[in-house]
Write a protein that binds this ligand. Structure first.
Ligand code: ME8
Length: 502
């Protein structure tokens, strides 16, 4: 069904450079945005950076610069990384922008006016790396369970958000529809968090000034998570353009890692409800990429820059291998060897190889002009199955499964050529029919793989003689067998994905 699709990534902290974990989330969101555009949806794809809070202030101090200098320097590194990875975001938000301050102040003032904010004193243990408070029973030897670093004891006057008032409404929402959070295990996790009982939470800081000022009390800034979550609303016009907000907000899909479920799936919907916004987002949650069993993060040694891998695999090779090799949901082992094997088997030896074979035979036996496919080809059923299976997998936010179905069509086509051996045939009807079928399978493959490997898909599109931008095609119509009408000039070229040695 054609509609609107607002897809987001978390906004990343600007304390350090982008790494593979950030790239994984952003690539999944980008692939979803591209797939939905291909299906004719009107898409708005948002990413950005989270720039306030104690963590950023401390890193800036350590670097001998101001927090805004720290934010400026690092935010641009995220922008550059996403440009390098061919990320098609429509907006890049920074929480230090004036548009965001307006939205934060307005949304939280609405919560205040609705009676969901009250003053109190907060005493608790705080992990600066998480920017989160922990209860005693969550700590491991006095340290944060995620960063394994000592927490800091905090005592200050704060405003509290009455999270406890939302237990019933949150449960009702979480249980209303199995698709509000997918995969299902993460929805159960959120339900579990709410069922444990919700305490009211501190939402402002008076000991810090690097944040959005609380409009009703000069001495306070909002605690960074209350500021950060609102970025999603800011970007679609909250506080500035109510009509635009109303158009996009009901179609919000948050793509994110499992580490931020509590903030996104419990606090954030409660904040929205407190401000009188009753449309709540949908969530697509993935696990951690693990290197040597440890979560790969900026605080660990396993820091890998996306650019290093792009240098070896190319943008499309990297994008495809990461998406295909790490199924969305569970934790996954991330290794160079895994990427390399995937790249060679699916791209160099399968997709790239088919394109090379087909363009070569078309030049040898069809005068370089691609013939039309047979409407009754045995490949037709396989192509229809690939379209149906990958469409369903993208709908369930399973890029890896969708790409598996896509590459299966390429394998089937390679087998078809292996069986029919067109390179041994004299030019004529038989060879034309086989090559028309293979070209049509390639056309459909290019469409299906384009969300993951947009550049390579466009190149394949052009090599088989199709004009215009593949991006202008629309499924399902473009995926119907017979779209390759024949008579197109096919070009030979360098291998799309050169084989790589380990
Ligand atoms: O949490 N595997 O920002 P952040 C997979 N600013 N994904 C990973 C990962 C890994 N090893 N490491 C990080 C914040 N990620 C807040 C978000 S949103 C309103 C505020 C991804 O820079 C994953 O998506 O720590 C995770 O949720 C996010 O990066 C955390 O990025």
């Amino acid at each position: 069904m054609v509609g609107r699709y607002f897809v987001t990534t978390p906004i990343y902290y600007v304390n350090d450079a982008p790494h593979i974990g950030h790239a994984y989330t952003t690539l999944n969101a980008d692939a979803l945005a591209r797939w939905h555009r291909l299906c004719g949806d009107e898409v708005f794809f948002l990413t950005g950076t989270d720039e306030h809070g104690l963590k950023i202030q401390r890193v800036a101090e350590a670097n001998g610069i101001t927090p805004i200098e720290q934010a400026d320097r690092t935010s641009v590194r995220f922008r550059d990384a996403w440009e390098l990875l061919d990320i098609s975001n429509d907006d890049f938000i920074r929480t230090t922008e004036p548009r965001h301050r307006i939205a934060v102040q307005q949304l939280l003032t609405a919560a205040y006016d609705n009676g969901y904010v009250e003053k109190g004193t907060y005493e608790g243990d705080y992990c600066v790396s998480c920017e989160a408070y922990y209860n005693d029973d969550e700590l491991i030897d006095g340290c944060c369970p995620i960063h394994k670093r000592p927490v800091e004891h905090m005592l200050e006057d704060n405003y509290f958000f009455k999270l406890s008032a939302f237990e019933d409404r949150l449960l009702e929402w979480l249980e209303s529809d199995p698709d509000v959070i997918i995969p299902e295990g993460y929805r159960r996790e959120a339900i579990g968090l709410v069922k444990q009982g919700l305490d009211d939470v501190s939402m402002t800081r008076s000991s810090l000034d690097w944040g959005v000022p609380v409009p009703w009390d000069d001495g306070h800034v909002f605690y960074v998570w209350y500021d950060a979550l609102i970025n999603y609303a800011t970007a679609v016009g909250y506080g500035r353009d109510p009509e635009r907000f109303a158009q996009w907000w009901p179609h919000t899909h948050h793509v994110m890692g499992k580490d931020i479920i509590r903030f996104h799936c419990v606090y954030w919907p409660a904040m929205l409800l407190a401000a009188g916004i009753t449309d709540l987002p949908r969530y697509h949650v993935h696990g951690f990429l693990l290197v040597g069993g440890e979560k790969m993060s900026k605080s660990s040694l396993n820091q890998i820059a996306p650019a290093d891998l792009v240098a070896d695999f190319g943008v499309d090779g990297f994008r495809y291998a990461v998406l295909r090799d790490n199924s969305f949901g569970p934790d996954g082992d991330f290794s160079y060897e895994g990427l390399l094997t995937r790249y060679n088997s699916d791209l160099a030896n399968t997709f790239g190889n088919l394109l090379q074979r087909v363009t070569t035979v078309v030049h040898k036996s069809c005068g370089g002009i691609g013939p039309a496919p047979d409407p009754h080809s045995v490949l037709r059923v396989k192509a229809e199955r690939a379209v149906a299976e990958s469409t369903e997998a993208w709908r369930r936010v399973q890029p890896s499964t969708a790409l598996d179905a896509t590459i299966r069509l390429v394998r089937d086509t390679n087998e078809y050529l292996q069986e029919t051996e067109p390179w041994k045939l004299e030019p004529g009807i038989e060879v034309d029919r086989i090559m028309g079928d293979a070209l049509e399978a390639l056309r459909i493959t290019a469409l299906l793989i384009s969300a993951a490997a947009p550049g390579a898909a466009q190149t394949a599109w052009e090599r088989i003689g199709l004009s215009g931008r593949l991006d202008d095609q629309r499924l399902p119509a473009a995926g119907v067998w017979g779209g390759y009408t024949g008579g197109h000039e096919v070009t030979k070229g360098d291998p799309l994905f050169p084989r790589l040695k380990g």
